[in-house]
Design a protein around this ligand. Sequence first.
Ligand code: SF4
Length: 454
Amino acid sequence: MADDLKIWPRLKRLMEYISADPAIREAAVKGDEESVFRLVGKDALSAADLKEAISGILAYQYPNQRKTDMTENRFFDLLCAHDREIINRIKERYDDCTFRDPGMDRFNHSLYARTRVETPLLRSRPFIRYYPVMFELSEGCSVHCFFCALDAGRLQKNFLFTPQNEELFRGVLEVTRELIGDMASSAACYLSTEPLDNPDYEKFLLRFKEIFGYYPQTTTAAAERDPKRMRGFMEQLGKEEMEHHALRFSVRSLQQFRQIMDLYTPEELEDVELLFNHMESDTRFSDSGRVRMLPDHVREKLFLMNYSIVCLAGLCVNFASGTLRWIEPEVPCDEYPLGYRILEETSFQTVEEYRQEAERLLRAYTAPGLDHDRPLFFTKGVSPDFEGNMVILQSAGSVLRVTGNQIFQDSIRLLSEKKHTFRELCGEMGLSTFSSGELKKKLTPLYEKGYIRC
Ligand code: SF4
């Protein structure tokens, strides 16, 4: 165990070099340990460990290409154990958190199901869930990443830590917890913003911790900008929060990756996840926002189609502009190029105004089950088929078979033609109160399983 702790920072760093740098990846795949050792330089594992570590990393990173048995590979074991530990730690923290409102809970469950129906990749990532609220502390962003999935505008303004703003921040967070429940603690303090653009980010985070008990997760694309500030921030977070994945670095280019490797030791980054977004890395990211302007052949090779990176389904609170939006993730497409849709936008200046508006949005968009007056429609990619008394709903890689009478089948046909509210469906088919109730019982599971939405 003590040995593992010593090895971990360097093993993690080696894995990052292999993922991020094509020259090192090529040498690793060829089994050319000498070149890997030379290219990684001072941070490399010992030459004696390198061969086993490389094969453990390759097997872990590229399971489909695994050629050798990994039962005896201690580095492979260490990587898998570390993964499990992180997922468990985060699960433990949020598993007991609940939504105060049953409507919000139900909405969140059906959204989870719906995104799995739309995006096959998410089915293998059950731990990806949706935040019910996000707080932004700037308007716009100064970093201008070429891959910005949210196509953030230029930095306009920061919300500074004045006594008045501190009071507003504290009040809004307290009201949010009251309205949403302790699940609000899973929020982050950025979305279409770079957290470190705000010079007072750390001060606001301290208030967040006072209210929710722990720090929110931070992802920065500007890790190299001010190493002194970054080290101070890591110290503020402390070991326990760092071990709960409180800090991630988004990597914009190979050059920035090398800068980060030079600026921070493996030990300093042992709990920091590096997210590789640069072209030369082995990871692929969402085909949304700014990347949709790249040539098609580049998009198809490097980007994930049908995948939204938006992890918010609920309130997006921007303190710098005083706006409040209700946002839901969508598969990126011409209609929703940023991978989300804004169902409503409003504004607030005081805590009371925020309470009123947030409460109204929650009531409007988190119906507990099928709402009679909101249009119902099929989830993207779902097409219905009929076989005898069976309705078959099919999406990319997932199938649901449901038996049902003529009324149920007719309702599915009507929905496949165009959006209808539940009330319109019943009216068009001339259903009695009893038949409407029966139809609702049949359609509700389709909503809960994410095949139809409203
Ligand atoms: S990805 Fe993040 S840091 Fe980069 S431009 Fe977009 S909002 Fe800013």
